[in-house]
Design a protein around this ligand. Structure first.
Ligand code: GDP
Length: 527
């Protein structure tokens, strides 16, 4: 574990550039593993909040669905804090919130395309859970480096070796423990810092106290000494290159609730987590040190008030020094935007900023011009790639109450699909609209917004399908053969790409096996 974070790992590529100090990351976890609690503790260290509970209150409010809608409506633009900018130990952090619980959505996945690294929080009693695994897979698409935090050691936990082996085998990831716990639950006594031979003591009687650190600690307990030797011999040592390539994850044990192990985690991110990466783009990759500004929109947050069509687009800066008032060109349409009120988000407030650097996220208020996946530049024609659509996990058929409004409905669904709220598929036979989301709450958002903003009343009925896959084949003939043989399941997404809708996973497996020339994909890059 790094001693201090005063000197974030130098990166020759970025030497002396403000981008070198940026750490843009997200926390991935299964609901209830402790993401909100950990976020709060990280922000406390960053001085971004002063009262424990500030983030918690927000987390709980968000979970109550009706409250969430009401608050959104009253305040106009969403109150959910999507990005938290803070400084600590000489580094500048941008922590991107990945919506969880009911507000889980495609945004959760897409946010992971805008980070340079992630922290994976695991509940020590539960190990790897479904959503952690799914989010990890999304990180793996880009080999995003991951630091693992095994949380809730103050509760009875699984055996730590078992936990490490579970991470390693389920995720096919090398793990390198940085600290090693002694006991758990009532017997949790702290963690031993394997690299610096010091003991971080957990005060079981006063859990609010930040534990003592004993330097040059000699382990007296022979069982524990033996275990530590075993662990040192059994797992690879930390290797920065391997971590940054996404192959090895350093692992910390702690308790977010008790603020135990959190500082060590934050120090590790400051010291090791990568600064902004070169951004894949067409026709060439973009280096963060380039003089001209580029960025991409990974999320659009709408105003729930039908009278105000304002949106905030979240722009991840990839290069250049952004200055307030700049004119940026939207690739594709060629529209030029004057960015006069760029917003930087802190834990409790937001501010108009005068400048920002690669790795930073700025909010750009606009009237619906900016869409998810958009590239903004100072004029150069270049398109950032790698911001995909993810196959929806919940499908519904849209039933229109007033058939005279089918044109409005189509427009509403297309607009909201472009904004990234839902995906929409039009069936080849019959022309039904099937909408797809990855989180239930998006269905409510869709219905509310179609009614409020487009004055179209709809019902969302169960669809006869459970699974959607983009299909492709080496030759057009192969694709067309498949499409005509399976017309009942064929549809088009908003860009006209063919999507096969399967009644269930079994049918998908069966048809895929019968159609070896066709590729079924659960990810599609936005064009
Ligand atoms: P999230 O759903 O991942 O954001 O999880 P939360 O941060 O809301 O935590 C879920 C529950 O676990 C809450 O009741 C927290 O107080 C509790 N919790 C979080 N961290 C710890 C911990 O280190 N120890 C214990 N005992 N409970 C924790």
């Amino acid at each position: 574990m790094p001693d201090s974070a005063t000197s974030p790992a130098s990166d020759a590529r970025l030497a002396g550039h403000p981008a070198a100090l940026r750490r843009t990351f997200a926390i991935i976890s299964h609901p209830d593993a402790g993401k909100t609690t950990l976020t709060e503790k990280l922000l406390l260290f960053g001085g971004a909040i002063h009262v424990a509970g500030a983030v918690k209150a927000r987390g709980e409010a968000r979970r109550a669905r009706s409250d969430w809608m009401k608050i959104e409506q009253q305040r106009g633009i969403s109150v959910t804090t999507s990005v938290m900018h803070f400084e600590y130990g000489g580094a500048v952090f941008n922590l991107l919130d990945t919506p969880g619980h009911e507000d889980f959505s495609e945004d959760t996945y897409r946010t992971l395309t805008a980070v340079d690294s992630a922290v994976m929080v695991i509940d020590a009693a539960k190990g790897i859970e479904a959503r952690t695994r799914k989010l990890f897979e999304i990180c793996r698409l880009r080999d995003v480096p991951i630091v693992t935090f095994i949380n809730k050691m103050d509760r009875e936990s699984k055996d730590p070796i078992e936990l490490l082996d579970e991470v390693a085998s389920t995720l096919a990831l090398d793990v390198s423990p940085m600290t090693w716990p002694t006991g758990s639950g009532q017997n949790f006594k702290g963690t031993f810092d394997l690299n610096n031979n010091r003991m971080l003591v957990f005060d079981n009687t006063d859990r609010s106290r930040i534990g003592e650190v004993i330097e040059n600690y000699t382990i007296a307990d022979s069982n524990f000494a033996e275990e530590v030797e075993l662990v040192r011999a059994g797992y690879p040592a930390f290797d920065l290159e391997s971590y940054r390539a996404g192959h090895l994850s350093p692992v910390f044990f702690g308790s977010a609730y008790n603020n135990f192990g959190v500082k060590e985690l934050l120090d590790a991110i400051a010291a090791w987590a990568p600064p902004p990466r070169p951004q894949p783009a067409e026709p060439r990759a973009i280096e963060p040190t380039e003089a001209k500004v580029t960025g991409f929109v990974f999320k659009v947050q709408a105003n729930m008030d039908p009278n105000h069509r304002d949106r905030i687009a979240f722009l991840r800066l990839c290069s250049g020094k952004f200055r307030r008032g700049m004119k940026l060109t939207q690739m594709g349409t060629g529209k030029i935007l004057s960015v006069n009120s760029p917003i930087l988000f802190f834990a409790r407030e937001r501010e108009i900023v005068d400048e920002a650097w690669p790795g930073d996220i700025i909010g750009i208020p606009n009237h619906g011009v900016l869409r998810v996946g958009d590239t903004l530049t100072e004029g150069e024609t270049i398109k950032i790639v790698g911001i995909p659509n993810f196959a929806p996990e919940i499908l519904r058929r849209v039933r229109l109450e007033d058939p005279m409004k089918s044109k409005q409905l189509r427009r509403a669904l297309e607009d909201l699909a472009e904004e990234g709220v839902t995906q929409v598929f039009r069936r080849v036979i019959g022309g039904d609209h099937i909408v797809g989301v990855v989180g239930e709450l998006q269905l409510d958002v869709l219905k509310t917004r179609v009614e409020a903003e487009y004055n179209v009343h709809i019902d969302l009925e169960p669809a006869p399908f459970e699974t959607a896959r983009w299909i492709s084949a080496d030759t057009k003939a192969d694709l067309e053969e498949f499409m005509s043989a399976n017309r009942g399941g064929m549809s088009e997404d908003r860009d006209g790409s063919p999507v096969f809708l399967a009644r269930n996973a079994w049918e998908l497996g069966y048809i895929a096996e019968k159609s070896p020339k066709v590729k079924f994909s659960d990810i599609r890059e936005r064009s």
